[in-house]
Design a protein around this ligand. Sequence first.
Ligand SMILES: Cc1ncc(COP(=O)(O)O)c(C=O)c1O
Length: 471
Amino acid sequence: MNSEEFRRFGHELVDWIADYFDCIEDRPVLAAIQPGDLKAQLPSTPPQQGEPMEQIAADLDRLIVPALTHWSHPSFFAYFATSTSGPGILGELLTAAFDNKAMLWRTSPASTELEEVTLDWLRQMMGLDPGMIGIIYDTASVSSMHAIAAAREGVEKRIREDGMSGRPDLPLLRIYVSEQAHSSIEKAVITLGLGQRALRKIPTDSDFRMDARALAAAIEQDKREGYLPFCVVATVGTTSTSSIDPVPEIVSICEEHKMWLHVDAAYAGSAAIVPEFRSILAGCERADSLVTNPHKWLFTPFDLSVLYCRHMDLLKRAFSLVPEYLRTPEQEKVRSGSDYGIQLGRRFRALKLWMVIRYFGHEGLAARIREHCRLADLFASWVEESKGWELLAPHPLALVCFRACPKGVEDLDALNERVMHGVNSSGRALLSHTRLNNKLTLRLSIGNIRTTEKHVREVWELLNEQLRRVT
Ligand SMILES: Cc1ncc(COP(=O)(O)O)c(C=O)c1O
């Protein structure tokens, strides 16, 4: 593609994207297709000759868009609602153009240094301790896995060198999470070869927060029984309800037992940039590591997850391996991303976050998150005031857990399932669900940059319309 062609199709595609956002509300939020529909329309063999760009672009409208679930739709309220933004998209475009592999400082000084500076800005915005040094990975699952690997390195049992199997000298390592923790922690435990039995799930209180007393008792018991407790993962903003574990109490327990505290703030970390929500990170100034996902609630395109870590030396000790062909004269003086993880090449992700933070400013980002929390409060007040609906969990941020509970209906799970199905299949909004206290629970998450009060009112009307239809 010569530069003339690139310019032409590039402009056309940027126009196409602008139109996509202008008209996104005309599209069904959830892809209205059946499994296999797209595959059936695609050739099963690759084209032998190149095809004209016009034809490829036409297939975007004809084939790809109908198979999209529109995460950028303002009535997307499922999972954790997220969205990209103009500056973030342009940042991605530039990242693809530069195509840097930021494995060493010299293979991309811009990526390495911009990452350090941008993550320090974000740290300041979140009010995190200056001892916390940031590094970017793709997702929170991967960030947490690296944090747990660093924690394991800290137990000083030569696991990097000798592994964990066939070692009578190595007790079973234990890591603790609440019953509400994200499955990514268990996956990290599996990936790192610790084994699922190394993970102990601690019960939660009536607000779905880790019971710190039960944690302390579990650690004491495990120690008595010969286990080696080494890490606790607390969650600030759990996936099901956005509950916030009592980090100040948990961190004291970790300090007492010399254990690593990793905080999973993948969702809620962004809210700490709003001064009045900063207290959600209370206690995290004493944590060893913390993950937050700008790709969740900071209007940055997927993917970009940040791990803040107080012990970069341990992270490096767990992962650094420098063969001759990667040795550079400056390596002792600079940071090389590949020293801190399993990847060698790393995308230039910091660019889009830098552009997002500069474009909106701290205040602009905080104002949007604050508004999302206001809208969630408003929605929760409608639920609370309505007969036939109830809240099922506190809503500290912008996620509301609720269900329909009209009088005289025995199987409320089935009823709510039908209500949710009705909403989602209408294409006008998308919700997701969880199970709390064995009740099927609807979740409404507000995090999209385009979501306004109008959209929240519409989904409330839609929910009521569906409830009338199924009762
Ligand atoms: C609390 C929490 N931690 C971790 C994750 C995993 O995030 P990622 O998709 O970035 O791996 C999620 C996803 O929603 C989450 O809610």
